[in-house]
Design a protein around this ligand. Sequence first.
Ligand SMILES: Nc1ncnc2c1ncn2[C@@H]1O[C@H](COP(=O)(O)OP(=O)(O)OP(=O)(O)O)[C@@H](O)[C@H]1O
Ligand SMILES: [Mg+2]
Length: 343
Amino acid sequence: MATIELEKLVKRYGKVEAVKGIDLQIADGEFVVFVGPSGCGKSTTLRMIAGLEEISDGTLKIGPEVVNEREPKQRNIAMVFQNYAIYPHMTVRQNIGFGLYTSKLSSEEKDKRIEEAGKILGLSALLDRRPAALSGGQRQRVAIGRAMVRDPAAFLFDEPLSNLDAQLRAQMRIEIKRLHQRLKTTTVYVTHDQVEAMTMADRIVVMKDGHILQVGTPSELYESPVDVFTARFIGSPSMNLIRGTQASSRVEIGAGGNLLIGVRPHDLIAGSSEGGLRLTGTVTAVEPLGPETLVHLDIAEGSVIATARDKIVPDVGSQLTCATAAGSLYLFDGATETFQGRS
Ligand SMILES: Nc1ncnc2c1ncn2[C@@H]1O[C@H](COP(=O)(O)OP(=O)(O)OP(=O)(O)O)[C@@H](O)[C@H]1O
Ligand SMILES: [Mg+2]
């Protein structure tokens, strides 16, 4: 296991700066998730850590050592990609063992590691099958097994689940988390999926345009986002934003306001008339989710999503009043979009 330290790490492709000097310290055994929009530099950062991409500037340390000039195979790091390359002509055992291809371990030790990885990943009964006879999730586990047998100092995952269907993704998410709880290997995980980020991460790193915007635990990011961008990125559906003002301690909505008022759909309760802020509008769509229903509303200041509880499903086209739960508002500066506090 190892710490990973990024100090003013830069990646330039010609004149384009894809990663613009990022600082990050990852603790031994930590599970860190990178999130951010397409093109913000997540994969590039991961590839610099792996040694697959040359570092243009700055310092990368794995453990106490600067590894900028180290070859990937000298860094003792294992990477699992979205398009995992498992070989169709090899058995599961051979595919997992491929991770030890260049290793000098004895063949007994190699066999032992393959068996052990197979056991941990629930592949023991499948070791002599070929990939064609496996499900998508089992194939992804083979790719993880190949990374595991090397007993690396760190695991790097680049959207490893994005090719799987929703149900399998949810299952693999838990499996990877369990694996981490068991092995406690330092892990850096890139994803587009904010549910993966919230549920798996010890800390989340939010990136935008080659910069780090915010680093924090899932609940820190959820409760105190630095700005509108992070606030909208964490939590699903995204936070509603409405123009407004704050006079003494009262928050009021209004088109010309100098604030952006954030309300999570979960905290905007359809049919309720108590609480901090009341909104009335026309229902434009409803999404029943079972225990609750998401209600899309057009209000004078824009459109918002509210939540109806107790199996109430409002009619499309009807008028509906919603209210926020006390203390659930997020206030942002209307010009700079930076976080001002809760109300
Ligand atoms: N080989 C390359 N040559 C030039 N530009 C590149 C190269 N690889 C990546 N880039 C650019 O660097 C930026 C960051 O790319 P990167 O792949 O790290 O983004 P990402 O955050 O992983 O996005 P995604 O979520 O779409 O995978 C992008 O603007 C991309 O176009
Ligand atoms: Mg990427």
